[in-house]
Design a protein around this ligand. Sequence first.
Ligand SMILES: [Zn+2]
Ligand SMILES: [Zn+2]
Length: 79
Amino acid sequence: MNCSHCGRLLNESIYKDDMKSCPRCSQANGQFHVFHPFPSDFGTTPLRASNTHPEGPQSHCQSCRGGNPPRIGTLCKDL
Ligand SMILES: [Zn+2]
Ligand SMILES: [Zn+2]
């Protein structure tokens, strides 16, 4: 499924300023990417460090990783 605003896949991680989209929250929304503050709401791990993202971002927000229901965040169209 693609975002109605930016057209990219909802399960892609999109970075924008100090926000990042959560694939699970976005797919739960079903229409737009759902963004949360990054890195505070995601956390980082050296295991995920790469050239493009040396800080090693977790792909899903902490709430999703903790097995909680997807959260309402800032929608792609509102950023
Ligand atoms: Zn989007
Ligand atoms: Zn999430």
